[in-house]
Design a protein around this ligand. Sequence first.
Ligand SMILES: *Cc1c(COP(=O)(O)O)cnc(C)c1O
Ligand code: SF4
Length: 336
Amino acid sequence: MITASPHPRLSSPAPDWRELWRDAITDAGELLQAVGLGDLAGRLPPNDAGFALRVPRGFVARMRRNDPADPLLLQVLPQLAELDQAADFVVDAVGDMDARAAHGVLHKYQGRALLIASGSCAVNCRYCFRRHFPYGDEMAAAGQWRQSLEHLRQDPSISELILSGGDPLSLATGKLQELSRGLTELPHITRLRIHSRLPVVLPERVDKALLDWLAALPLQKVLVLHANHASEIDAGVDQACARLRQSGVTLLNQSVLLRGINDTADSLANLSERLFAAGVLPYYLHQLDRVQGVAHFEVDDATALQLVDALRARLPGYLVPRLVREVAGEPSKRPL
Ligand SMILES: *Cc1c(COP(=O)(O)O)cnc(C)c1O
Ligand code: SF4
């Protein structure tokens, strides 16, 4: 006999983040169905325009139904416009191929080295510069920690290691532990920074094991999230952020300025306010990297500057992100 539990939510354990990862939507038709837009399936590009669709169901649940202009949907749904060839939109827009200092290590800026810790993401963002980069070959996690750490050991000017990707929190916590053990043997490394979209798109990733690892880490810890719109932040994200802060992590956010998604002063102001409510400070607002297939997302510089001026006029200074562009060969991101 089957008896219904009076508290099914209490009796079943929280789903493991890896299960939720595997359960992501990867079919554009299914995504459209899920948000009540099945009739738009005929307008999808063939073969997802060459960049696989991937979006966790929890993120889909934050999309408005029956709205083809939903700002979350537009970040992940393949569009015919991605097939347009635009002049000046190239394969390696940020010069990453030239900045490789060692296997998986990008050393572009003074004092900071960036480790491509993983090539995978829980979500595939259509505007991503990564859509053309051969990250599969560059993953430091593929048993190559030693070589990457050796580069760090030999350069005492590096005080901060940035884990990026892809999404470094796509790695098992055990892998992160293994890396950080090697790091803490290098006395000149004082800060660990993690660039991750996972606490936003799959907040279940912020589980006890991850928090225990962070809390025990004898380094200063910074996590730079990636959210582009206030609607991305729900109660689950709030809770993940609160737990991260309790574990001694400073939380910042970077966004990409995206046409039709967050290119109004209201949208950007709401994002800053919503981030701060979650305990996160806005850090960067990026002008799009000009990679092939993303031209339809671009906002021109004059508009971008007007938007940031409008933000400055209505928000406290600490809620105004720095508007920057990544320019190959420069000593920092270039402020606009
Ligand atoms: C963006 C970036 C950094 C970090 O730059 P900050 O201005 O310190 O946030 C470091 N290394 C690389 C290769 C980068 O692209
Ligand atoms: S999470 Fe970041 S790295 Fe991954 S697809 Fe999105 S923008 Fe690209």
